[in-house]
Design a binder for this molecule. Structure first.
Ligand SMILES: C[S@@+](CC[C@H](N)C(=O)[O-])C[C@H]1O[C@@H](n2cnc3c(N)ncnc32)[C@H](O)[C@@H]1O
Length: 270
């Protein structure tokens, strides 16, 4: 039975909510497991609502947030409501410098900071500490929040902190991989790639294209997005992939003046 559409509960750079809405034909109707190795806000996972899923990202605090919601969404909501009531600059900076223990406390801190920091950016310093200043928005708990529904969607998902290659290498015949990596080439100047203390390198892009090719050779279905740069395109101009280019507006580009249109590659196994 179709469940009502669920949007992402996090604001995340490079979010792909638009992809399912504008290009539904990119995604096969039938597949075994849904595998998303660069989870972020999981917009495509929530939109497709697969029966069985493997969700992964290298951002440990992000992954912890999904695990906490799956384990005890009511506890996370309760703590989030406490942050909501206490929200002010002093509370924000105190929470930002805090390192709470326990799944639910860490998840509530993560969602709170995501919803109140400047522009929903995720950025950490060399020590791995979140260092984004407070933003102008103060809504921590929102009317549309349905953490019970999110937990229900996550109930059949295996959720882990892993590098993409380990996850993709486990994909088998009939599985669907949706891979939305950080874009390393064209957008290096506008903050798109700094999700973690470790940057996504060009070698990572090459490693990704090779691991996706291996998965296709095993019979997996692949949908992947990337920057429309000739060097990236060349990685996918190989047998078994079809490439299309679409125009998008950059949603997280800092100064309004620099919000410009750019092109993205949509690649799928043929
Ligand atoms: C463009 S975002 C994904 C956005 C997501 N599709 C959405 O709709 O919100 C890329 C994600 O890749 C993660 N990441 C960066 N390097 C990674 C790696 N080597 N393996 C797995 N995930 C990685 C980042 O933490 C980030 O969450």
């Amino acid at each position: 039975m179709l469940r009502p559409a669920l949007g992402p509960f996090l604001k995340w750079p490079g979010g792909k909510r638009w992809l399912v809405r504008e290009h539904p034909q990119m995604f096969p109707a039938e597949y075994k497991r849904y595998i998303e190795p660069f989870l972020g806000a999981g917009s495509v996972f929530f939109a497709l609502d697969p029966t069985v899923a493997v969700l992964s990202d290298t951002n440990d605090e992000l992954v912890n947030t999904y695990l906490a919601l799956k384990a005890d969404h009511a506890a996370v909501r309760q703590l989030l409501e406490e942050h909501h009531a206490a929200h002010c600059p002093a509370h924000y900076y105190s929470v930002r410098s805090d390192q709470p223990l326990g799944l639910a406390h860490r998840a509530a801190r993560f969602i709170y900071l995501n919803r109140t920091c400047f522009n929903g950016i995720y950025r950490v310093n060399r020590l791995g500490n979140f260092n984004v200043p407070i933003g102008s928005r103060g809504s921590v708990v929102r009317p549309e929040d349905d953490f019970a529904a999110i937990a229900a969607r996550l109930s059949n998902a295996s959720i882990r902190t892993n590098d993409f290659e380990q996850v993709i290498d486990k994909a088998d015949e009939g599985d669907l991989i949706f891979a939305d990596p950080p874009y390393t080439v064209q957008h290096n100047q506008n903050g798109f790639i700094k999700y973690n203390e470790k940057l996504f390198s060009w070698e990572d892009q090459q490693r990704l294209a090779l691991s996706l090719s291996r998965a296709v050779a095993r019979g997996a279905k692949v949908v992947t997005t990337n920057a429309a740069h000739p060097t990236v395109r060349a990685l996918y101009e190989v047998e078994n992939f079809t490439i299309t280019t679409v125009s998008r507006f950059s949603p997280v580009a800092g100064a309004r003046a620099s919000r410009s249109s750019f092109e993205e590659l949509l690649v799928r196994s043929s």
